[in-house]
Design a protein. Structure first.
Length: 238
C-alpha cells in the first residue's frame, strides 16, 4: 500500500493540524509500504539549520519513528518548503526526490509532483519561482543568518496572502496544455499532485488514451490522503 499526502502547512500556530499529522503517522501511515509527501509539509522551511526549533524537531522525530518502523518515506519539495535538504532527510530517514518523479502502480505509470511549476498562468509567481530557486539565490539564502531567513519567509507568506488575487479568491490551476505535455513526455497514465488545494479526480483524453489527474487535498485540522493498493486509488480522511 502506498499513501500520498501534501499541503499540510505544518506550523506551531496550527496545533489541530499538527495533532492530525501525528495521529496519521502513528495510525494509517504505519500500514503503508511507502509514504509520498508531495510538497508543503511545512508552512515554510528556511533551511535545515532550523531543525533546532522544537516544533521542527518534533515533526522530524515523528517521521524518523515512521521510517524506523519500516515505511519508506519519499519527499518532493513544494513552494513553501523548497529549502528542505539532505540534513532534514537524514534526520527523518527520508529521501528527497526530484520532480517529476515516476513510479509504477498497479501496472500504470504514474507521474508525481507538487504542482506549482505547472501553474504557468500565474505569471507573477512563475517569475518569482525562477528567481528564488536560481542557484545564485539559493546560495545567497543559505548564507543568510537563520533569524533573517525566518523574517524573510514570514514576509513572503504575508505578501502572498495580501496579494490582490488571494484577496479576491483567485487561485490558479495547472495549465491544461502543460498537463497534456507532461503526460506525453513521461508516458504516464496517471498524475498525482497537490498545491492547488482543490481535491478532485480529473479524467482527460490525451492522444486517444484516457489519463487520470488526482489532486490531493490540503489539511484543515484533519488528515486527508490518497491510498493506492491492489484495488486502485481511493481518497481517505480521518
Amino acid at each position: 500500500m502506498i499513501l500520498f499526502i501534501s499541503d499540510l502547512h505544518l506550523c506551531a500556530r496550527r496545533p489541530e493540524t499538527t495533532a492530525a499529522f501525528l495521529r496519521f503517522i502513528d495510525g494509517p501511515a504505519r500500514q503503508a509500504k511507502t509514504l509520498w509527501i508531495l510538497g508543503d509539509l511545512f508552512e515554510f522551511w528556511v533551511g535545515d539549520d532550523d531543525l533546532g526549533d522544537p516544533f521542527h524537531a518534533r515533526i522530524a522525530q515523528a517521521l524518523a519513528a515512521l521510517s524506523h518502523s519500516g515505511v519508506d518515506i519519499r519527499i518532493i519539495v513544494g513552494n513553501r518548503d523548497f529549502l528542505l535538504g539532505s540534513i532534514f532527510a537524514a534526520r527523518c530517514g527520508a529521501h528527497i526526490v526530484t520532480e517529476p518523479a515516476l513510479i509504477e502502480l498497479n501496472g500504470h505509470r504514474v507521474v508525481l509532483m507538487h504542482g506549482d511549476a505547472q501553474c504557468t498562468d500565474d505569471v507573477a509567481y512563475q517569475r518569482f519561482r525562477r528567481r528564488i530557486r536560481s542557484p545564485l539565490s539559493l546560495a545567497l539564502l543559505r548564507r543568510l543568518p537563520l533569524r533573517f531567513r525566518r523574517v524573510l519567509a514570514e514576509r513572503i507568506r504575508r505578501n502572498s496572502e495580501n496579494s490582490r488575487d488571494y484577496q479576491a479568491g483567485i487561485f490558479f490551476d495547472l495549465n491544461p496544455q502543460v498537463v497534456e505535455t507532461l503526460f506525453r513526455t513521461t508516458h504516464a497514465d496517471w498524475m498525482i499532485h497537490g498545491h492547488t488545494h482543490r481535491p478532485a479526480l480529473h479524467t482527460l483524453n490525451v492522444d486517444g488514451r484516457e489519463r487520470q489527474r488526482w489532486v490531493l487535498a490540503d489539511w484543515h485540522d484533519q488528515a486527508t490522503w490518497l491510498q493506492a493498493g491492489p484495488d486502485g486509488i481511493i481518497a481517505l480522511s480521518e
